[in-house]
Design a protein around this ligand. Structure first.
Ligand SMILES: Cc1cc2nc3c(=O)[nH]c(=O)nc-3n(C[C@H](O)[C@H](O)[C@H](O)COP(=O)(O)OP(=O)(O)OC[C@H]3O[C@@H](n4cnc5c(N)ncnc54)[C@H](O)[C@@H]3O)c2cc1C
Length: 413
């Protein structure tokens, strides 16, 4: 399905912003590790926080393709902003399909009318390695729910007006836990955004840990659902294959970030090899045969050819998958294999293009001051995000052998 005219215009506007002010701010935001509120303010003016929400709740109701193109265009210039925005879009879309509860409706209104953002700490805290003490436990105290625990990697938490805190109430041995969803503001008493994100790349994502210490939420402001009911709802959702397929858009948004960054690494490499002349400095340079521009070297041309192959096959695969989300696959198994194949291919693309850029360009591209140095670190951040490459390969092989396979991504996509 082609994008509508208004979507094309929106993509153009976001692209202009990204190539202008976002690109100008990216180096400083990276070196200082600071989330760019200015970028988000500019995106707010275009209604981007409500991009993925349906028109029925005041969102823009943009197609999956428009969402991907916007994320890709931002990632090309500033991957940190793209990561934070994509997590917001993913979480807002995830929350919008929950049953109605007043707090949810208020948050969606705030997103669509005021450009509020939401973040979601759903992973083991950054400095910890054990999932057992991670996550949030909930107890009941009269008409309040009390949250305790911690989780990490809440991308965009410095700009967020809401934090998705999911927890569970222990109903005793032999009984299922109840699942609890709450949407506190960062100012809620007992909630602390730790401000501890300090990573090699994607440094401006503000992917901090979030701590809850006796955070009290009125029961009326949360959603409490027996786990069995959640399972039933998931089974019922699976009965509508197109709706189930469309939920993969959150995962594909991550692939759009990989694609935008890979294009950036590729373009930087082309520019670099056209400017890079000779090798070594001083008398030693005259000992071998004279060397001209690196773009004339066969080995560099081959390296670029390899990058080009990964980039363009990745682009074709991503947008083919995006366009096929609205048409039911013959079976759930076939869709699962298709989506795993797509994630695997783009993941390999990101790994190969990031390493390829360094292989072709070498030491002068590795120093700070060149955009490629930041882009490479951001790509490494993408290469460790969410899935595991070998696990995706294993899943593909098992699927081909007719074994049962599943695909899980951020926010349960
Ligand atoms: C820049 C950045 C931003 C991020 N933003 C967010 C965010 O906003 N919110 C958030 O919650 N997280 C976020 N994450 C965390 C991310 O999504 C992953 O949860 C985290 O990177 C995984 O950590 P890990 O590498 O230790 O992998 P692991 O936790 O070991 O595994 C990650 C994935 O591998 C698979 N896997 C590994 N082992 C098994 C197994 N035995 N069985 C089945 N599957 C398995 C699963 O698919 C699992 O999801 C972010 C990460 C980065 C780098």
């Amino acid at each position: 399905m082609n994008m509508e005219t208004w979507e094309q215009e929106l993509v153009e506007k976001v692209t202009a912003l990204a190539q202008g002010s976002f690109a100008e701010r990216a180096a400083l935001a990276d070196s200082e590790g600071v989330f760019s509120q200015e970028n988000m303010d500019e995106l707010r003016k275009l209604g981007i926080p409500g991009l993925a929400l349906p028109k029925s709740v005041g969102g823009l109701g943009a197609s999956a393709e428009a969402q991907m193109r916007i994320i890709e265009a931002i990632a090309y210039c500033d991957a940190s902003t793209a990561v934070a925005l994509n997590m917001h879009l993913l979480v807002a879309g995830f929350v919008s399909v929950f049953p109605m509860f007043p707090r949810k409706d208020a948050m969606l209104k705030d997103i669509t009318e005021n450009g509020a953002l939401v973040c979601a700490p759903g992973s083991v805290p950054t400095a910890e390695l054990d999932d057992r003490p991670a996550g949030y436990k909930v107890t009941e105290d009269g008409d309040h729910l009390v949250f305790n625990g911690k989780a990490g990697f809440a991308s965009g938490s410095d700009g967020a007006g809401y934090v998705l805190i999911g927890g569970s109430i222990d109903r005793g041995e032999g009984n299922d836990d109840d699942i609890v969803i709450s949407l506190p503001t960062p100012e809620t008493s007992g909630l602390t955004i730790r401000g501890n994100w300090d990573a090699m790349g994607l440094r401006a994502t503000a992917s901090h840990d979030v701590l809850c210490e006796n955070m009290r939420i009125p029961r009326t402001e949360a959603m409490v659902v027996p786990a069995a009911l959640v399972r039933m709802a998931l089974e019922a959702a699976a009965a509508n294959p197109v709706a189930a397929q469309q939920r993969a858009v959150g995962a594909l948004g991550i692939l759009a970030i990989w694609l935008g960054l890979a294009q950036a690494a590729f373009d930087e490499t082309l520019e670099y090899v056209r400017e890079r002349h000779g090798y070594l400095a001083g008398p030693a340079a005259n000992l071998g045969k004279p060397v001209g521009f690196r773009s004339d070297e066969a080995w560099a041309q081959m390296g670029i050819g390899d990058m080009e192959h990964w980039l363009e096959t990745g682009r074709v695969m991503l947008y083919d998958s995006v366009r096929r989300l609205d048409t039911a696959f013959p079976s759930t198994e076939e869709f699962t294999r298709h989506i795993v194949r797509t994630v695997y291919h783009l993941r390999r693309m990101s790994e190969e293009v990031s390493a390829g850029a360094m292989r072709v360009c070498g030491a002068h591209a590795y120093v700070r001051g060149r955009n490629l140095e930041r882009i490479f670190r951001d790509m490494v951040g993408c290469n460790v995000m969410a899935w595991k490459t070998d696990q995706l390969k294993l899943t593909l092989g098992q699927g081909a052998l007719g074994m049962p396979i599943t695909f899980a991504g951020p926010a349960g996509t």
